[in-house]
Design a protein around this ligand. Structure first.
Ligand SMILES: Cc1cc2nc3c(=O)[nH]c(=O)nc-3n(C[C@H](O)[C@H](O)[C@H](O)COP(=O)(O)O)c2cc1C
Length: 176
């Protein structure tokens, strides 16, 4: 028997949660509605709620970085995902270390396992969100954490306050 589902987005979770950093004076927000959409050139789609400060910044700058946090940063992810940069300097409150990005005019988060530098190519209106289809100009990762596949746990968002860490790796048992 099937029942109606409230918050139907949860049916498509868990999803990796990342920290989006944007702005010349950098701000971070948590984001789990992000997905690869093109291989060559490598492009992402990121859905950003129009009420977010990050939306205002990306509208002005057209660029941002995607930072993959380790599970230990779950409290920072929660703050980045529940407080607005309009009211709080989240980078300073969370004691996040930042470095200048190489190709875009904002910052990457040093404590994250991987970083991607992105420039917006196209905007798609999606109700109360905007989907930014964005080209990845640079990507780099901690080689002890990632080499072709993740070797360390990453954080996935189930919904609300619930997160899981990367599960047990399995492979299909059939050939090809
Ligand atoms: C785990 C998690 C994932 C989130 N994913 C998204 C997302 O994909 N898109 C979005 O617009 N907001 C998302 N949010 C909400 C924003 O992070 C939140 O509104 C934040 O306060 C925005 O910060 P800002 O105003 O400084 O940009 C998420 C929040 C959490 C906790």
């Amino acid at each position: 028997m099937k029942g109606d589902v409230e918050d139907a987005y949860r049916l498509l979770h868990p999803r990796p949660v990342v920290l989006i950093c944007a702005g010349e004076k950098p701000n971070v927000m948590a984001c789990s509605w992000i997905t690869p959409v093109c291989d060559e050139p490598f492009m992402l789609a990121v859905a950003i709620w129009k009420e977010n400060y990050t939306y205002d910044i990306i509208e002005k700058t057209n660029e941002f970085t995607v930072n993959v946090p380790p599970p230990e940063l779950v409290n920072s992810v929660w703050i980045a995902g529940t407080k607005s940069g309009r009211e709080l300097d989240k980078i300073s409150v969370c004691k996040l270390k930042v470095s200048r990005a190489k190709k875009v005019k904002t910052y990457v988060l040093d404590d994250c396992l991987a970083n991607m530098e992105c420039i917006v190519e196209k905007k798609v209106e999606a109700g109360d969100h905007v989907v930014y289809i964005s080209k990845v100009l640079e990507s780099y990762a901690d080689s002890t954490a990632f080499s072709k596949v993740w070797k360390k746990d990453i954080l996935l968002h189930l919904g609300g306050r619930d997160f899981v860490v990367f599960g047990k790796k399995i492979q299909p048992t059939i050939e090809k």
